[in-house]
Design a protein around this ligand. Structure first.
Ligand SMILES: Nc1nc2c(c(=O)[nH]1)N[C@H]1C(S)=C(S)[C@@H](COP(=O)(O)OP(=O)(O)OC[C@H]3O[C@@H](n4cnc5c(=O)[nH]c(N)nc54)[C@H](O)[C@@H]3O)O[C@H]1N2
Ligand SMILES: Nc1nc2c(c(=O)[nH]1)N[C@H]1C(S)=C(S)[C@@H](COP(=O)(O)OP(=O)(O)OC[C@H]3O[C@@H](n4cnc5c(=O)[nH]c(N)nc54)[C@H](O)[C@@H]3O)O[C@H]1N2
Ligand code: SF4
Ligand SMILES: [Mo]
Length: 689
């Protein structure tokens, strides 16, 4: 419940971005205006702090370029946008949908592409509205984490994590393919806590990141070769007989097979694949073999490679053979959805049409590519929500091609993004200070509320309200078409999303109790503490029949990463930026100051080979496209890598995803319905201009 403090009205919030931290926030308003945002001290993981992006939300909410009204242009590319009323906007959209239904006999030509702009549970209203009108075309899967989730599923039977607050208990912390100093800053105090208590911190990353700079030992691994490194470590630990025999015997399946497999591998070859010195790998193996508990944090970056899932399985095996599972301060931490056990009723509306055809699902990671192949019926109209496709999706050329063939593109956003620019209709939406919602995290175990702090900005509406007005308009034109609850309040829909299991988990009897502060789910602090796994055998599976049945190797086999060819000899790495959250925040004044222009980081040796001078403009190119960008020389990247952080640079046409999109990851279908995107297996050449 909002309370008064020093002349401000204070409301509780959770940052709903696709971010590990899902921070607890307090919003301070005066006279209906948001004045400042601070961390909520009641949040047991974020503990009253925010990142720079979080502290700058006032700038984002009142940004001069924030969308205020629905905008429409009758001729795409004409640049002449006109402000229209919501009624008119809905007439255009609903009219087009019904016309397509008549033309094609179903709503399959109408598509939805939605992802991570806002992870609040009521934002699922968008999918709910689409499901309520009968089969449509929808994106499925995730660009974030698919391969890694499936790897955890094959080995552990499910993905679950320990409280990150437990990290301090570790004796050794391995931060493997994750950059929390940028992407999960509230975990850094727990890293430091571990260090203060005597733990060694190891970072394994091709880039000498801000996180790596905090490490006791840093391994600059060749991209995509983590499986080889993990297998090399496993081989040395086996040879040194530093195994946890009891754990292996009691709690694992397939050790003899895995052990045989390890014996068949050549250590020198493994070490050379990951580009390490033997002494360094031996040093790390010794640390691993003699420390307990060991906390492995496997990041999403690690698995954005063709064999990302397989690499994760090799690291899981390493943790299992050393018995670093189910102990306080140990375990393999990746991500979880244990606090996302909402009823899902807002999503799962049966359509009234009685049409039994299921939705047509298209992998979000190759949305344009797959739809280009589909003609029965083709995609004609697209609704984009919580997405900035024309910044974030791989295969931009394909995407532009798809969009250019569509008759109507609707984008719902707070800003005039590159995606909005290529749309026909742009609908303004609220921020999480202007709507009620509940937000969970995929990293920590706290759940909190977004209260409404201020009125919706100008004419903006929440994704839920937009779904409701669209359903209403459709029903007025074709009575009974949508089963979506047009009149239901956000409160009553939240009532529907909560169930007894979730209430029990949070130790509350009604979601309104979250007004008093976020709650930690009553889950074990240590994942797998009972060592009963959710695999078919109930054990940790070195050997997974489930994987085999899906056409994957049964064990963590060596799958060397993709190698650059002669034509495009550099690996193009595009991880997540410090000052933006994917494409968000980079249009704020402070972000434009600290990060004014895109740059490509090159090793000085690479620059010399190519005759590239510091700060000169270069071309980065491959068979998919080309970028022009300033070169910054840095010994923090390996010579074979060109590094550009992903994101949106307003007022430039820079876009790393013009070059990405060669392959999908090896896994992902089980957990997310589709394979992930191997964003980081992209190869390029560079040239001075
Ligand atoms: N500030 C900020 N925070 C964010 C985001 C953001 O954009 N900005 N995005 C959010 C989202 S959507 C996500 S998915 C997460 C992602 O956050 P992370 O899990 O940290 O993932 P990435 O940034 O993709 O990559 C992490 C690191 O993996 C390294 N890496 C790349 N390839 C390899 C490899 O083959 N082996 C190893 N060992 N390392 C490799 C990269 O160099 C990078 O430093 O962060 C979330 N938090
Ligand atoms: N090259 C390369 N590309 C990548 C990645 C990479 O590592 N390298 N990472 C990938 C990953 S992990 C991810 S998660 C994706 C992210 O891709 P997207 O899901 O497209 O993520 P965002 O850039 O966060 O954009 C979301 C948009 O939602 C809008 N938005 C915010 N709140 C709301 C709301 O309440 N309602 C609506 N309707 N819109 C809202 C924002 O203004 C923003 O324009 O990018 C992927 N792309
Ligand atoms: S972007 Fe991430 S770290 Fe920053 S306030 Fe939001 S949840 Fe917290
Ligand atoms: Mo992501």
């Amino acid at each position: 419940m909002a309370y008064q403090q020093d002349g401000y009205t204070v409301t509780r919030h959770v940052c709903p971005r696709n971010c590990y931290d899902a921070c607890g926030m307090l919003a301070y308003t005066k006279n209906g205006v948001l004045r400042k945002v601070e961390g909520d001290p009641a949040h047991g993981y974020t503990r009253g702090k925010l990142c720079a992006k979080g502290y700058s939300y006032v700038q984002r909410v009142y940004h001069p370029e924030r969308l205020k009204y629905p905008l429409y242009r009758s001729t795409r590319g004409s640049g002449s946008w006109e402000q229209i009323s919501w009624e008119k906007a809905m007439e255009i959209i609903a009219g087009k949908m019904l016309e397509l239904q008549e033309r094609y006999g179903s709503l399959l030509p109408v598509g939805l592409n939605k992802y991570s702009g806002n992870f609040g549970v009521l934002h699922n209203a968008v999918e709910g509205m689409f499901n309520s009108i009968g089969p449509t075309t929808q994106s499925i899967g995730s660009p974030c984490w698919s391969a890694g989730l499936d790897a955890q599923y094959y080995d552990f039977g499910a993905y679950t994590t320990s409280d990150p607050e437990e990290m301090g208990k570790a004796q050794l912390v391995l931060l493997w393919g994750v950059n929390p100093a940028w992407t999960a800053i509230h975990s850094m105090p727990y890293v430091y806590q571990a260090k203060e208590q005597g733990a060694k911190i190891i970072v394994i990353d091709p880039v000498y990141t801000t996180t790596a700079k905090k490490a006791d030992l840093y391994l600059q691994v060749n991209p995509g070769s983590d499986g080889a490194l993990a297998l090399a470590l496993a081989k040395i630990i086996l040879a040194n007989n530093q195994l946890d025999r009891e754990f292996i015997e009691e709690h694992t399946l397939g050790w003899p097979e895995f052990c045989d497999y390890l014996s068949s591998l050549d250590l020198k070859e493994l070490i050379s694949l990951c580009g390490q010195k033997t002494t360094v790998v031996e040093e790390l193996a010794e640390l691993l073999g003699t420390s307990k508990p060991v906390w492995f944090w496997l990041g999403f970056g690690l698995q954005r490679h063709t064999y990302g899932g397989q690499s994760m399985r090799a690291i899981n095996a390493l943790a299992a053979m050393t018995g670093n599972i189910g102990l306080p301060g140990a375990g393999v931490q990746y991500a979880h959805q244990d606090t996302w056990i909402y009823s899902g009723s807002i999503k799962n509306f049966q359509s009234n049409t009685g049409n039994p055809v299921p939705n047509r699902y298209v992998n979000i990671n190759q949305f344009a590519g797959e739809l280009a192949q589909v003609n029965d019926p083709p995609l004609i109209m697209l609704w984009v929500s919580c997405r900035n496709l024309l910044s974030q999706d791989a295969n931009q050329a394909q995407l532009l091609q798809l969009l250019s063939n569509l008759e109507l593109i609707v984008t719902v956003d707070q800003f005039f993004t590159p995606t909005a620019e290529q749309s026909d209709l742009v609908l303004p939406t609220t921020t999480h200070f202007e709507e009620l919602d509940v937000v969970s995290s995929y990293w920590h175990h706290w759940v909190g509320l977004n209260e409404q702090a201020i009125k919706p900005y100008y004419e903006s509406k929440s994704d839920l309200e937009i779904a409701q007005v669209l359903a209403k308009t459709l029903n007025s034109l074709e009575p009974g078409l949508s089963a979506f609850p047009c009149e239901a309040s956000a409160e009553s829909l939240l009532d529907g999303e909560f169930n007894q299991e979730l209430y029990n988990l949070l130790g509350i009897t009604h979601w309104r109790e979250l007004e008093k502060g976020p709650r930690r789910a009553n889950l074990p602090k240590t994942a797998w503490e009972n060592k009963v796994f959710k695999t078919p055998s109930g054990k940790f599976e070195f050997f997974s029949r489930r994987a085999l049945h899906r056409g994957l190797p049964a064990m963590a086999e060596l799958k060397p990463g993709l190698k650059p060819g002669a034509k495009y000899p550099y690996l193009f790495l595009t991880p997540h930026p410090q000052h933006g959250l994917n494409s968000q925040f980079s249009n704020l004044e402070w972000a434009l100051k600290v990060n004014p222009e895109p740059v490509a980081y090159l090793h000085p040796v690479t620059a010399k080979q190519k005759g590239i001078k510091p700060d000169s403009m270069i071309r980065v190119f491959n068979e998919k496209g080309e970028l022009t960008v300033k070169a910054v020389l840095s010994i923090e990247v390996p010579p074979k890598v060109v590094l550009c952080y992903q994101g949106w640079f307003p007022n430039t046409d820079f876009n790393v995803n013009r070059l990405t999109g060669t392959t999908l990851t090896d896994m992902g279908e089980v957990a997310t319905g589709a394979k992930g995107m191997a964003f980081y297996d992209t190869f390029v050449d560079i040239a001075k201009i």
